[in-house]
Design a protein around this ligand. Structure first.
Ligand code: FE2
Length: 386
C-alpha cells in the first residue's frame, strides 16, 4: 500500500511494468484535469446550487443566445476547477437519454493535453473506443483542438489542447456575468475521480487505464480490507505518471447483503462516476462553509476518534475540532490526509463529493476507505437498499 514517492514506486506495482510506464511518459502526457461536464435535468438551477452550496463562481455560458440550438451549458469555476452543467433543449437525443437512464451525472472527465490529436491517436491505437475525432474549434480568441474516447459505462474522456486559445472557456462560450456571486469555500483543484464498475470489471478497467492510457496502479484494497459482516467492495487506484490524475476504480464484492457499489449500479443503471474529490488547504474552514450553505456530509461516529492518534500519529490539527466537523484522518508512508464525504448530491443514491486536504500523503489509507464504506452502509440501511 505504498504511496507514489517516485517513478520507481509506480514501476514496482502490479501494472507498473517498467516499459509501460516509460511509454506512458511519452505517449500520453497529461497536464491536469481540464473540466468535468455533468448532464443534468435543469442546468440553470444546478448552477445556482453549485454556486450557493459549493462556492463556485459564474464563468462561461453557451445556449440559444450564443448560437447553440440543442443545449445549454453553464460553466462554473473555483480556483482550478471547472464544472460544466449541460442540459438538452430537445425532446430526444443523447443528453436526454443519459439523464433518463442515469439521473444527473458525470458525462465527461476532460483532460488537459499538449496535443489532442496525438492523445487520440495513441489511445485509440491501444484499443480505446473513439467518442470524438480530433476537432478544431475556433473563435476570435484563437482555437482549441478536442478529441475524446470512451471509458467505463457511457462516461468519456475528452482531451483538450488549448495552447492557442485565450478565450474564457472554449469557442462557442461567452463570459457569464452574474450579480449573484457567493464567496468561494476554498476548493482548489480536482484530486481524483472515482468510478464504480460492474461485477468482475475492476481489473478490466484498471487494465484499460494501464494499457490504453499508460497509468500505473498505486494501491489495491481487497474485500478483506473493505468489508463489514454484511457487504463488501474492492478497489484499485490508477495514477498517471506525474500523479496529477488519479482514477480509483471500485467493484462490488459478495457479502450477506447488497454491496453499496451494487446499489449505485442499480440506480445509475451501469458504471459511472461515484465521487469527485476536490482539494482544499483548510478542510475545517471549507467544510464549515459548505455545511452552513446546506451541504450534508456523511455521519462519522464519535468512536472513530477514540484511538485516532494511535492510528495516525502526530497531527497538526486539534482532534476535538476534527471530531466536531466529522473529518476523517488517515496516513500513508509519506504523511497524512484529511477527508470528508458529502451525502449524494442528486436524488438517486449515486454521485457525491469528497473534500480532501493532503499533508504529505500522496495516496490513500485503508482506514478512511473503511470509514467511508461504513458511513455509506449506514445511509444505505436508512434507504432500505442494503
Ligand atoms: Fe475519494
Amino acid at each position: 500500500m505504498a504511496g507514489i514517492k517516485n517513478l520507481k514506486d509506480l514501476q514496482n506495482t502490479e501494472y507498473g511494468l517498467k516499459k509501460l510506464f516509460e511509454d506512458a511518459e511519452d505517449f500520453l502526457p497529461l497536464l491536469g484535469t481540464d473540466y468535468i461536464e455533468l448532464y443534468v435535468g435543469n442546468a440553470k438551477q444546478s448552477a445556482h446550487f453549485y454556486k450557493t452550496a459549493f462556492g463556485f463562481q459564474s464563468h462561461a455560458y453557451a445556449g440559444l443566445e450564443t448560437g447553440m440550438k440543442d443545449r445549454v451549458s453553464y460553466v462554473l469555476k473555483q480556483d482550478k476547477i471547472r464544472l460544466v452543467l449541460t442540459t438538452s433543449l430537445e425532446k430526444d437525443g443523447i443528453i436526454n437519454e443519459h439523464i433518463n437512464k442515469h439521473g444527473d451525472g458525470v458525462k465527461v472527465m476532460a483532460l488537459w493535453v499538449e496535443d489532442a490529436t496525438k492523445a487520440f491517436e495513441e489511445t485509440t491505437k491501444r484499443g480505446a473506443k473513439p467518442f470524438m475525432k480530433p476537432t478544431r474549434e475556433e473563435d476570435e480568441n484563437g482555437h482549441v483542438i478536442r478529441s475524446g474516447i470512451y471509458t467505463y459505462g457511457e462516461t468519456v474522456h475528452i482531451f483538450v489542447e488549448r495552447k492557442n486559445y485565450n478565450g474564457t472557456f472554449l469557442p462557442g462560450y461567452r463570459k457569464w456575468e452574474s450579480h449573484y456571486n457567493p464567496a468561494p469555500v476554498g476548493l482548489k483543484f480536482i484530486d481524483h475521480m472515482v468510478g464504480n464498475v460492474g461485477w468482475g470489471e475492476m481489473n478490466t478497467w484498471c487494465k484499460f487505464y494501464a494499457e490504453v492510457m499508460g497509468f500505473a496502479q498505486i494501491i489495491s484494497f481487497t474485500d478483506d480490507d473493505i468489508a463489514t459482516d454484511y457487504t463488501a467492495l474492492m478497489s484499485k487506484v490508477m495514477s498517471n505518471g506525474n500523479g496529477r490524475i488519479k482514477f480509483p476504480i471500485n467493484e462490488p464484492a459478495e457479502g450477506k447483503k447488497k454491496s453499496q457499489i451494487e446499489e449505485y449500479l442499480d440506480f445509475y443503471n451501469g458504471a459511472g462516476v461515484q465521487h469527485i474529490a476536490v482539494a482544499t488547504n483548510d478542510i475545517v474552514a471549507t467544510v464549515s462553509a459548505m455545511r452552513d450553505r446546506g451541504v450534508e456530509f456523511l455521519y462519522v461516529p464519535d468512536e472513530y476518534y477514540d484511538d485516532l492518534l494511535d492510528r495516525v500519529g502526530e497531527i497538526d490539527e486539534d482532534v476535538e475540532v476534527l471530531k466536531k466537523h466529522g473529518v476523517l484522518i488517515d496516513r500513508d508512508d509519506e504523511g497524512y490526509l484529511l477527508q470528508l464525504f458529502t451525502k449524494p448530491i442528486v436524488d438517486r443514491p449515486t454521485m457525491f463529493f469528497e473534500v480532501i486536504q493532503r499533508k504529505g500523503a500522496q495516496s490513500f489509507g485503508v482506514g478512511n476507505f473503511k470509514a467511508l464504506f461504513e458511513a455509506i452502509e449506514r445511509e444505505q440501511s436508512n434507504r432500505g437498499t442494503l
